[in-house]
Design a protein around this ligand. Structure first.
Ligand SMILES: [Zn+2]
Ligand SMILES: [Zn+2]
Length: 283
């Protein structure tokens, strides 16, 4: 099973998970053209995509959906409430293109066992996904104001975790956003801040969790360097020692991540915090 982020951040989110012949996308918040190109660059054809899982109706998660459903006839999977919240303002998306899935109940799509779970965010409904394939589990939890016990239970099962680290608390407080927007972002229906994410990770990290991808960074209230500094500090303060096989990556807002190959034992990573950061992408 291979996983990568095609784009992650407040401007657009899309993740790929697949094996040699079949794959799925989680969210489609960048253009269909970009998705097709990013996949093509990795020798993955759009024809191998069996469906798109959608977490909620915000535009940074559904931007490419119209073209992907109309031109490429890709089926979309999400809950009834999210389906309705997408169809109402997006009349060009055919209702037949979006299939309803249950909450907190496994369903199978191609080679993947998938379970959606609720998270707290300011959309009509927002969900995360836990996906099992080839005995490995990946959990995707972005766009959540806080981590409920339910969300935590799905996060703790993951071998690969994509978790939001949206904003630096000080940058948000001192930044230019209007008061109401700062309040919304910080609220239980907003986004996870760097400290929230890091402190939670310090509590739940285990040997099972081999990849942590810090995701959905704000363009204006965060930088990858600050995300890494925060997690380093929090882990040091809480005396969390990584076991040498755990990899922590900050997902780039505009550039696809490296492919994580989950069938292979991953090489030891010599501590801490790793990925080459392409600073220019964060200006
Ligand atoms: Zn979002
Ligand atoms: Zn959102």
């Amino acid at each position: 099973m291979n996983f990568c982020s095609l784009s992650s951040g407040s401007s657009g989110n899309c993740y790929y998970l697949g094996n040699k012949s079949k794959g799925i996308l989680i969210d489609a918040g960048i253009s269909a053209t970009s998705i097709r190109k990013f996949l093509y660059d990795r020798d993955i054809s759009l024809d191998s995509i069996r469906g798109i899982l959608i977490t909620h109706n915000h535009i940074d998660h559904i931007r490419g959906l119209e073209l992907l459903t109309r031109k490429y006839s890709l089926p979309v999977f999400t809950t009834c409430k999210i389906r309705n919240s997408i169809l109402l303002p997006h009349k060009k998306i055919s209702s037949a293109a979006i299939r309803e899935i249950p909450l907190m109940e496994k369903f199978r799509l191609a080679d993947f066992d998938i379970e959606a779970f609720p998270v707290s965010h300011d959309a009509p409904e927002t969900i995360g996904f836990n996906i099992t394939a080839s005995g490995r589990e990946i959990t995707i939890a972005t766009d959540l104001g806080y981590i409920s016990d339910t969300a935590a239970s799905y996060i703790k099962k993951a071998n690969v975790l994509v978790i939001e680290s949206n904003y630096d608390e000080q940058m948000l407080i001192n930044g230019k956003y209007p008061y109401y927007l700062k309040t919304r972002i910080k609220s239980d229906y907003g986004h996870l801040g760097n400290h929230q994410a890091s402190e939670f990770l310090a509590e739940i990290i285990s040997d099972n969790l081999t990849h942590i991808c810090l995701a959905h960074l704000s363009k204006n209230n965060n930088t990858p360097e600050i995300v890494l500094e925060t997690i380093k500090k929090v882990f040091a303060k809480k005396k969390v020692n990584l076991n040498g096989r755990q990899k922590i990556t900050v997902l780039n807002r505009n550039v696809p991540s490296e492919m994580i190959c989950l069938s292979e034992q991953n090489p030891p990573i010599n501590l801490v915090l790793f990925q080459e950061l392409e600073k220019r992408e964060y200006h």
